[in-house]
Write a protein that binds this ligand. Sequence first.
Ligand code: SAH
Ligand code: SF4
Ligand code: F3S
Length: 437
Amino acid sequence: MKKLYIRTYGCQMNVYDSERMAEALGGRGYVTTDSPEDADMILLNTCHIREKAAEKVYSELGRLKALKAGKPDLKIGVAGCVAQAEGEEIMRRQPMVDLVVGPQSYHRLPELEAKAGQGEKALDTDFPVEDKFEILKSRPKAKRGPTAFLTVQEGCDKFCAFCVVPYTRGAEVSRPVTRVLDEARDLVERGVREITLLGQNVNAYHGAGPDGADWSLARLIRELDRIDGLARIRFTTSHPNDMSDDLIAAHGDCAKLMPYLHLPVQSGSDRILKRMNRSHDRDSYLRLIERIRAARPDILISGDFIVGFPEETDRDFEDTMDLIREVRYGQAFSFKYSTRPGTPAAERAQVDPDVASERLARLQALITEQQRAIQDAMVGREVGVLFEKPGRMAGQMVGKSDHLHAVHVTDPRAEIGSIARVRITQSGPNSLAGEIV
Ligand code: SAH
Ligand code: SF4
Ligand code: F3S
């Protein structure tokens, strides 16, 4: 048996893809290992979203060079969005790389591995017509942990002015309904209780249904809701413009759909939103949040923010801070704008990096405050918790609440994969603690 080590960077879609790649190479006799030193093949599944993420790949390749020097048969491959964006350039900068494969070509990995095995350079960054997921269908019926990702949609047609995703992942594509349902049932048979549907714009899902009609994400969720043994459904990431009435309603009437919604807005300034090509404004976002909360009052909203986007003034930034105060986020990811080659915003007047850092620190302080307040308010409440793994203390289990908070419980009834009602007794910096009721 040959050993495969995969290091995954970036978003959850990469996590899902890494699992598929491991399975594809399983067919070539590979088993996965947790240690790069043991590996016969190392794959970096990379992210291109910000400059730092992309540069990490080259520093990692620099380190791997030493490993390969002592082990000439070791094969090194680069997959993911940096592979797509930079292609051959990677092999030029780091000639010891044997294989480069873009996210749309993973089903061709076995052939690429064979080619690399013969000492040839293997490169594939096509956008092929065939469905990689159909070919990458998971083979072994191995048992799984209680939670799983399931990619239902890929790519993006929105072209926000700062973002590389439409270039690295290509145009929006939805997987057919039956394949998604089959994969979900298979996951449940293998022990999965919670499925997170993934897509760069997951709520734009419009997969071909068995009845010949295009199914929306809401319709797909309502069908998944009927799978026995599946207890929880989540989805991410959503775009404000694709939040249909039906999807909002599903948050109110679909028992398995969890009360958590990641709905990035990026900025609270109309001027900047326009410059970002977000095609929604501040007010439409705020009204959307109101409608979602009307359907599911206890829903926890999370978001993404970019500060220091080209031409962002103090006034624009204060608009963002105001929007955050109005929404009250349970969680948020915030980033300093990073110039990405080839995107429209890269050509514009950049904000002073020190000013951007200062804004980011203030924004993050506000988010942390909100996050803590919402978390602290869980104390005394009863929530559902799905137990995922042992905690650090003896006898302790960690799980996720309906609202995606980490919850610690010390109770022999808290078995991995079980769901219990838990009364929250404590709120710490990053997690809650409670007792099974
Ligand atoms: N499809 C998702 C986001 C995918 S990228 C959406 O539309 O919300 C994840 C996050 O990375 C984005 O929400 C954005 O906040 C951040 N991001 C993307 N490009 C960036 C850039 N050039 N600089 C800084 N942050 C960026
Ligand atoms: Fe990027 Fe915008 Fe598409 Fe999200 S919607 S992936 S931020 S271009
Ligand atoms: Fe990164 Fe590609 Fe995901 S750029 S965020 S790994 S889609």
